[in-house]
Design a protein around this ligand. Structure first.
Ligand SMILES: NC(=O)c1ccc[n+]([C@@H]2O[C@H](COP(=O)([O-])OP(=O)(O)OC[C@H]3O[C@@H](n4cnc5c(N)ncnc54)[C@H](OP(=O)(O)O)[C@@H]3O)[C@@H](O)[C@H]2O)c1
Length: 323
């Protein structure tokens, strides 16, 4: 089968370690389901793997791809919930299992003609969702759902600021918060990206760092150093900042005086449980919200998709059509 494989790691030139090559089809094994991948999507996680961040060199080569949707050998149309682990070791929450992993961290990922995933990660694909749309959901939409509803405990009427509005997590968070009855502010670096944020559901958009018309209850920040100080300043006393990533760096000043004096909560969030992922699907169906697909590239053209992701030139998600 064809597969997009990380064969080497380079911080400066991540695409030098990407190889589209023929590898053997995965063999079936008990407790695992084999899918013919119809669509997958690209995530910064794949680029971190190619850069050598968070993915040890001894786990190379590895087929990339955390997200996907396809058809099982039995003919069922399914979408992948990509968090692999044992909920029992996480007190009932797979994301709290110390040994959890994302698809493509410990086993081959979805950017290939076939992928083998644990049975527990296979979720029926709703008929109202296309394969391309379904392939965007596992990582960023699942993560945004958990950030807002489980971790930050969003309520209807809350005011929410989303930093990095055009990103995968950012644009999903905008749409989900709006669907849940929040007032949504968003920041993005260009006029075109701010226009996209409005289409995704933001009520108002701003350039990065601009003072908001009012303070907010929740900030969704995946950007890190470039936005953190603004995130802290934008919260009302008692507010919550929820983070799942640090694209621009993970060491902003802590500003402890602001955190204790304003009684702010800084909350981390990673991935989603299967129950959260299924709830996300129900929320999309009930609200009519649909994923934001920037464009679709064929698997054979995957390097150009990764280049756009690295350049920051994406609104929502880049989908890879595999078959
Ligand atoms: N822990 C988890 O489970 C989890 C899950 C998903 C993602 N993540 C992490 O979360 C981060 C976001 O993921 P994603 O898929 O949403 O990535 P993405 O689609 O690449 O979006 C990243 C966003 O960051 C913003 N950004 C980048 N550089 C910036 C700068 N210099 N100044 C201001 N904003 C900047 C951009 O916002 P604008 O272009 O709109 O300005 C961009 O849209 C990544 O680091 C990823 O690894 C973690």
């Amino acid at each position: 089968m064809r597969a997009a494989v990380a064969v080497a790691q380079s911080m400066e030139d991540p695409l030098s370690g990407l190889s589209l090559r023929e590898i053997p089809d995965p063999e079936e094994k008990p407790g695992w389901t084999r899918l013919r991948v119809r669509s997958a999507s690209l995530n910064p996680h794949d680029v971190w793997t190619l850069r050598g961040v968070g993915h040890p060199a001894e786990r190379i080569p590895m087929v990339l791809g955390c997200d996907g949707a396809g058809v099982t050998d039995a003919g069922d149309e399914v979408v992948i919930h990509p968090v692999l682990g044992d909920p029992n070791r996480g007190g009932g929450d797979v994301t709290l299992d110390p040994g959890r992993a994302l698809l493509s961290e410990t086993v081959n990922g979805s950017l290939a003609d076939f992928v083998l995933v644990p049975d527990a990660c296979v979720v029926p694909k709703p008929t109202w969702l296309s394969f391309d749309d379904a392939a965007t959901l596992g990582i960023v939409w699942g993560t945004a759902y958990r950030m807002l509803f489980t971790r930050a405990r969003l309520k209807a009427g809350d005011r929410v600021l989303v930093q990095g509005a055009s990103g995968g997590v950012g644009s999903a968070a905008i749409s989900l918060a709006r669907a849940a009855g929040a007032r949504v502010f968003a920041t993005a670096r260009t006029e075109a990206k701010r226009a996209f944020a409005l289409e995704a559901g933001a009520h108002e958009t701003f350039e990065n760092g601009v003072r908001l018309p009012e303070r907010v209850d929740i900030v969704v920040d995946t950007v890190g150093e470039a936005t953190w100080a603004h995130s802290l300043r934008s919260l009302q006393p008692g507010g919550v900042i929820v983070t799942c990533g640090a694209t621009t760096g993970n060491m902003p000043p802590a500003e402890l005086n602001r955190i204790f004096y304003q009684q702010l909560s800084v909350i981390g969030s990673t991935g989603s449980t299967r129950a959260e992922f299924e709830a996300l699907l129900r929320l999309l169906e009930a609200s009519g919200v649909r994923p934001h697909v920037d464009s679709v590239v064929p698997l054979d053209d995957i390097a150009s998709g990764f280049q756009r992701l690295i350049d920051g030139d994406v609104r929502g998600k880049l989908v890879v059509r595999v078959s």
